[in-house]
Design a protein around this ligand. Structure first.
Ligand code: ADP
Length: 155
């Protein structure tokens, strides 16, 4: 168990569908601490870096183009084992296969237009948080509900 920070992007489809508040609320209700939050217009350059692992895929440019059709909301979320917890909450990539109750399972029908991006490992989270946030944009405020969210041997 470790206290972790992870990166979430609310994708352009989420802004277009007016789901920003609803999806952010899911993370807040879960107990994750919002350490950073900002709106950004992404560029082909940052997306080529962010999605480098897809560069050989036929849909690479299409995925990047979709991520530039409107701004995104970048979130830095913190919690115990937050990286895996947020990935589980997001559900698998293809919304059609995602279990009901997950974000993708509840809010989308698409492989591509799948509401959120979430970091998939501690190594990725570290790199991705640096990609989207400057150090002064991450706030280490004290979450007073912390002792109600976890037992004292969980952190
Ligand atoms: P995830 O976002 O679940 O970590 P990947 O890193 O594999 O998934 O892919 C990044 C994004 O690229 C996905 O969230 C999705 O928007 C898009 N994508 C991935 N695979 C496909 C696919 N086969 N068809 C369409 N879009 C895809």
């Amino acid at each position: 168990m470790a206290l972790e920070k992870t990166l979430v992007l609310l994708k352009p489809c989420t802004l277009q569908r007016a789901l920003v508040g609803e999806i952010t609320n899911i993370f807040e209700r879960k107990g994750l601490r919002i350490c950073g939050m900002k709106m950004m217009q992404l560029t082909d350059e940052i997306l080529s870096e962010h999605y480098a692992h897809l560069s050989e895929k036929p849909f690479f440019q299409r995925v990047k183009d979709a991520m530039m059709t409107a701004p995104v909301i970048a979130l830095c979320l913190e919690g115990v084992d937050a990286i895996a917890a947020v990935r589980a909450l997001a559900g698998p990539t293809n919304g059609r296969n995602a279990a009901p109750g997950t974000i993708r399972g509840s809010y989308c029908m698409s492989f591509q237009e799948n509401i959120v991006h979430a970091s998939d490992s501690p190594e990725t989270a570290e790199v991705e948080l640096k990609r989207f946030f400057r150090p002064e944009e991450i706030f280490d405020w004290k979450q007073t509900t912390f002792p109600r969210l976890y037992a004292n041997d969980e952190f």
